[in-house]
Design a protein around this ligand. Sequence first.
Ligand SMILES: *Cc1c(COP(=O)(O)O)cnc(C)c1O
Length: 461
Amino acid sequence: MAIRYYSTNRHVKNMAGITPFTGDVSFKEALLAGQAPDEGLFVPDSIPQLSTNDISVLRDKPYWQAALLVSQAFLSEEFSPDVLEMIVKDAYNYPVPLEAVYPRAFVLRLDQGPTASFKDFAARMMARWMSHCRPEGERLNILVATSGDTGSAVGEAYKGVQGIDVTILYPAGEVSLMQKKQLDTIGGNVQAICVDGKFDDCQNLVKEAFADRELAGFNLSSANSINFGRILPQIVYYVYAYAQLAEAGEEVVFSVPSGNFGDALGCEYARRMGLPVAKLVMPTNENDEFPVFLTTGKYSKVSPSRACISNAMNVGHPSNLARFFDLYGGTVDRVGLVHRYPDLDEMRRRIFSVSVTDEQTRRTIKSVYERYHVILEQHGAVGWAGLEAYLQKTGDKKTAICLETAHPAKFPDEIKNLLGIEPEPPESLKGLARREGGAINIPKDFASFKKYLQSHLKIRK
Ligand SMILES: *Cc1c(COP(=O)(O)O)cnc(C)c1O
């Protein structure tokens, strides 16, 4: 039976202006819609199971085989085996290193993709799935608003993908020079638009475009982080890492530096598919709404969110918390209102969370380098500090794997200050200076944006 997807808001009552969506959709429908009609997040109605043997045969196999196993488990009713295999082979053409820190403790480096961020993993698979579910003979037009790294991961992922064009909007004054270069020079079917405004203006332009009737014929779609298509690929690397490092059936601990909780959610699903995960460690930076919730049982978002050096994790109300709550029997909505609390005891059994300050983060970057000669950047360091806190508190001796979510060369100043060295950039970042291309500049009013879209977007091949 095919898996169906329903909304995390289906039980919500009396929400202003919103009628709970109580239906269900296919994966392809969820992929193209992004969000449920009631602003909830799509979640699968059942979780496929992997056997011990399914997992252990992945040892010493290329990464794409793990991706094929997981995508087949979820999608075999909606995509042919050939298509799924072609997609994973095409998406994962870069290494996924597991670096030993000390015996039985490892860093899983998810920083070798085209934008040196773990977001490449999800965006690349999602782009290819979308290419295969667009209307026959038509093009899809993806609109993305970004304040930085997500936009380039999405843009790179869709580059050269058949039948899809991508328009990325970013705020003129709010991206770094390196980010601007990354966004402006992707080229091909990906166009950057530099908006004379703030990130919120970019988001509003995209929202208005989706609501505009005259643009309805352009097959507009989004690629935002709440799409279930961004979550599914993030299950794979837990299965892959486990298969390389653990004996069949052995329990392990994963530590996942967390912002919007999409990455950690991949681990939660992997465990529910049968991966022996003893504990999911989810450290946050100073945006501590979740560790406070696990301790006190009361949820209140951090608003406005706190600006920490692990800036991709500056989230005061993680969007994927709605999916975590749903999995543990609760409901929380987009604005952070809890409609029903989840099973807290069960959550505490499975998940450990702790808030890591910027000072601890910097100290961790230094100490891990000095003791083990392993270079972490600030996001991975939050993960490592959280793992150490967990191991110290519990005395757990299981095999532990911490995710490094970005390449240290993306933060040369921070690393140079702390360690006195300049990390060698990966190939993807080395070529950046030589890349050419420019953004289109527009003011922040919708009329200009609409005019641009109407004169540039294509519907037919
Ligand atoms: C997005 C991001 C994170 C946080 O991942 P979530 O899925 O939002 O929890 C961590 N590190 C880096 C480098 C990121 O870009």
